[in-house]
Design a protein around this ligand. Sequence first.
Ligand SMILES: NC(=O)c1ccc[n+]([C@@H]2O[C@H](COP(=O)([O-])OP(=O)(O)OC[C@H]3O[C@@H](n4cnc5c(N)ncnc54)[C@H](OP(=O)(O)O)[C@@H]3O)[C@@H](O)[C@H]2O)c1
Length: 247
Amino acid sequence: MSRRTLILGATSAIAAEVAALCAARGDRLYLIGRDPSKLQALVARLGSAVAGHLAADLNDLASAGEHVRTAIASLGGLDRALIAHGLLGDQPRSERDLEHAREILDTNFTSAVALLMPLADHFEAQGHGHLAAITSVAGERGRPRNYTYGAAKRGLGCYLEGLRSRLYRSGVRVHNIKLGPVPTPMSAGHPQNFLWGDKAAVARGIVQAMERRWHTVYLPRRWALVMAIVRGLPEFVFQRLSFLAGR
Ligand SMILES: NC(=O)c1ccc[n+]([C@@H]2O[C@H](COP(=O)([O-])OP(=O)(O)OC[C@H]3O[C@@H](n4cnc5c(N)ncnc54)[C@H](OP(=O)(O)O)[C@@H]3O)[C@@H](O)[C@H]2O)c1
């Protein structure tokens, strides 16, 4: 039987690649994205693999439960869900403008929690399923460049960790996909280097993490080593390294 997969934030450059891989292997998909024209283009690209789709702003927290119920009803059940939407935002602005800080925190943390609550209950009741969310290496150390975004992603990682242990005995798997930088609209204009990933390879890694039941995965994989080093730096060293602690 083909897998029934829900992708939230489906119009993200990386999520669209994941959706294409899932469609190619025979999954039936329900796609939720904010931008109706990007969503229509993705639905047209994926053809009959898409059982349903919805254009929605996921920061409308009160509608999260209904979105999840609609997706489950359209697919006739659910086996996998990926939460992919995110907002880097403007770090200096988020330090002065509480509304912008809230938008970053809601998009990367609160809206994901609002979706994880009904998804976790559904998977727990059925006794199987895979729940994955995309976090970021930015959540591993607070950096002046992106600490509002990083704080939200770290919070989401902690939430996923607790949820994973809650659901472990029910057979449900919870995956934290920790991404390093990847060229997408979110990172447009940022200077790239050899550590950057490629969105197609990262998408394959996300699908593989769910197949192989890896609960936490760094993508590209080299970021596991990079972050082990960065996490281990004492703060007085970290603060003297401008490529880490600079703006
Ligand atoms: N690219 C990187 O370097 C990088 C690194 C680490 C982690 N990540 C994470 O990877 C994930 C995918 O991002 P990406 O790189 O593929 O960037 P992207 O193409 O810019 O995708 C971000 C997506 O989030 C959606 N979104 C933002 N706010 C939303 C809201 N309130 N409701 C619904 N959708 C919303 C955007 O929708 P619209 O199309 O309507 O704008 C967009 O489709 C994100 O969680 C991001 O934080 C990315």
